[in-house]
Design a protein around this ligand. Structure first.
Ligand SMILES: [Zn+2]
Length: 263
């Protein structure tokens, strides 16, 4: 009964809020890493994007006007992470807030001595537990193409959101029953130590050094690589790639490997 109701609601949203072809194609054209997906996958992704846009408000901050194309570009990238997972991983928050450029978050933090500090470092993006995802549009646009940016802001912040489904972001998202947490922790911990050591030694890698910040950032940055330059992750951290392939239920490198050469 409940399932039937949910299905009915889903069909109603898909019919009512369908995306025009031109808008959809325009968004995909700006995201070159999406080229590996076939028509069946893109059709499912489009449905997820429609449901995502129905459930979330993507709004501009400080009078910034958000265009429909910007909303679709954010939705496509958010939904590629959950293409084969349940969209309910994004339950529990309602808004995606877009700033025109980098923004200074309003939050304060208290140090061990009890002194309250106001953060004044500008950010490109932020994912808040139980709250919105905040993005700088300039950085969304600049990181849409991995080839030129070497990063992907939207995937990064939504990977944090998935990580936060089972408590504060710690680099371990809610794993399905057939994925032992011990194997995940062992693989990710070893790779994180290895990567942090490379960064400390100045050992050049294309993977963003920010991944060495903490295990939560490691998960978010490597998720960017998994989706936007999968062959690179499969080459540099094959065992992490395997864990991510099981978790996200995708194997993008098996197709992308044919398209990109590892330098
Ligand atoms: Zn982050």
């Amino acid at each position: 009964m409940f399932d039937a109701l949910r299905r009915w609601r889903r069909e109603r949203v898909l019919a009512r809020a369908a995306l025009p072809d031109a808008l959809w194609n325009d968004a995909l054209a700006r995201l070159p890493f999406m080229a590996i997906y076939n028509d069946e996958e893109l059709a499912r992704l489009r449905d997820k994007a429609v449901l995502f846009l129905d459930a979330k408000s993507i709004v501009g901050a400080r009078g910034y006007e958000v265009e429909p194309l910007q909303r679709v570009i954010v939705a496509v990238q958010a939904c590629v992470l959950v293409l084969n997972l349940d969209l309910s991983l994004y339950d529990g928050f309602e808004n995606v807030i877009l700033y025109e450029g980098e923004f200074v978050p309003a939050w304060e933090w208290e140090d061990e001595a009890g002194v309250v500090h106001v953060n004044d470092n500008p950010l490109a993006g932020e994912a808040m537990q139980g709250g919105p995802v905040v993005l700088s549009w300039a950085d969304v646009e600049a990181s849409a193409d991995w080839e030129t940016a070497g990063m992907n802001l939207v995937i990064h912040e939504f990977a944090h959101k998935i990580d936060m489904r089972n408590g504060a972001a710690n680099g371990c998202p809610p794993l399905p029953a057939d994925m032992p947490e011990a194997a995940w922790q062992e693989t990710l911990t070893a790779a994180y130590a290895h990567f942090s050591n490379r960064v400390a030694c100045g050992d050049a890698t294309v993977i963003d050094a920010y991944a060495s910040e903490n295990p939560a950032e490691f998960f978010a940055v490597l998720s960017e690589v998994f989706f936007a330059e999968p062959a690179l992750l499969a080459y540099e951290y094959a065992d992490v790639y395997q864990q991510f392939a099981m978790f996200y239920q995708q194997d993008p490198a098996s197709r992308a490997g044919l398209m990109h050469e590892i330098a």
